[in-house]
Design a protein. Structure first.
Length: 223
């Protein structure tokens, strides 16, 4: 605090370290007579808290493969003294994404159906001041398609007569298209993946393969 010696005007600097203080201010005025005489008086200045919004920093854009884990963190600062408690949250995040409210740590493992995709991640940080104030910022996570090898169920041994046609169906199953394909009409959901039902017709005779015919059927995933 300062005072103009000529006008008596007081000025209190913006010093957050002294906010919410109660200050007793003593003012003295002295004349230039002979002898100089003075008068003294005082008043109280109470400085109340004015909440300031936190400042939020989010990660830069991220690129990961589906089924891989993303671990990044948002951070925030608060200029209030004493500093307010900050709480992090996500605004409409993709399914499975979480954030630790007290630290801003973000975790996500996108599933197979979530790739490929581009996701705008919006982070919100809120203080506990009065009134509570918040800051919002966003970053982008791009999820790439990652091919996975299919799995093929075991095929049971078969016994047939020479010259007899052997027909069987192989139904591969992959993480890309986890539902077995059923060629019978029923309720279905388009998979959008390379799901195939492989039907093999084998004609066997005299201990050698006479003919092998592979027929691939592209179908949607049936429920």
């Amino acid at each position: 605090m300062t005072i103009d010696p000529n006008t008596g005007r007081n000025h209190l600097a913006d010093n957050r370290s002294r906010w919410t203080d109660t200050n007793l201010v003593i003012v003295s005025a002295t004349d230039d007579g002979t002898p100089p005489l003075s008068a003294t008086n005082n008043f109280t200045v109470i400085v109340t808290e004015v909440n300031s919004a936190p400042l939020l920093t989010v990660p830069s854009g991220q690129t990961i493969n589906e089924l891989a884990t993303l671990n990044v963190s948002a951070s925030a600062t608060d200029s209030d003294l004493p500093a307010n408690i900050l709480t992090f949250s996500l605004l409409a995040p993709p399914a499975g994404m979480t954030i630790v409210s007290g630290t801003g740590a973000i975790n996500w493992t996108p599933t197979e159906p979530q790739g490929p995709s581009t996701n705008v991640i919006t982070v919100v940080v809120t203080d506990n001041g009065t009134p509570a104030l918040s800051a919002t910022n966003s970053f982008t996570v791009t999820v790439n398609e990652a091919n996975t090898a299919p799995s093929l169920p075991a095929i049971a041994d078969r016994t047939i007569h020479a010259g007899q046609a052997l027909t069987f169906t192989i139904q591969p199953r992959t993480q890309m298209c986890p539902q077995y394909i059923d060629l019978q009409p029923r309720s279905r959901r388009a998979c959008g993946r390379d799901c195939r039902c492989i039907q093999r017709h084998l004609h066997l005779g005299h201990n050698h393969v006479r003919r092998e015919h592979n027929q691939r059927h592209h179908r949607s995933c049936y429920r």
